[in-house]
Design a protein. Structure first.
Length: 131
């Protein structure tokens, strides 16, 4: 089963929501990791570029976008918590509640661990798991 099908079946989201949400998480990883580190993830997970292409811009208005900005300004931006909060606006654009960010992360991490092993999963976990 591929990642999109896994997200659809385990979280009850549409295929477009699954693709866009996963894409936002991979885009965040692409932005935070070195090219070589991200390439290790992209090599193990087929369709990463398509998922990133389906992702709406993470920034967003509203309270969650502002919260992400505030966390960044207090040093949270260097950790995953500020980055994950900034994803809430993009998830909203997909018609998903901001709480879905936290539900996508373990499914994506488990999938990456299955495909690429602990080393590759830990690269992604370092970006997606709050410190």
């Amino acid at each position: 089963m591929d990642l999109i099908n896994q997200l659809v079946s385990s979280l009850g989201v549409s295929e477009a929501q699954a693709k866009g949400g996963a894409g936002m998480l991979f885009k965040l990883a692409q932005d935070k990791l070195s090219g070589g580190e991200f390439a290790q993830i992209a090599d193990k997970v087929s369709g990463v570029d398509d998922m990133i292409g389906a992702a709406p811009a993470a920034g967003g208005g509203g309270v969650m976008g502002a919260l992400g900005g505030m966390l960044s300004s207090f040093g949270g931006g260097s950790g995953a918590l500020g980055s994950l909060a900034s994803l809430a606006g993009g998830f909203g654009k997909l018609g998903l509640d901001s709480s879905m960010v936290g539900k996508f992360v373990p499914v994506v991490l488990d999938f990456v661990r299955t495909q690429g092993g602990d080393t590759v999963a830990n690269l992604l976990k370092g970006v997606l798991s709050p410190k």
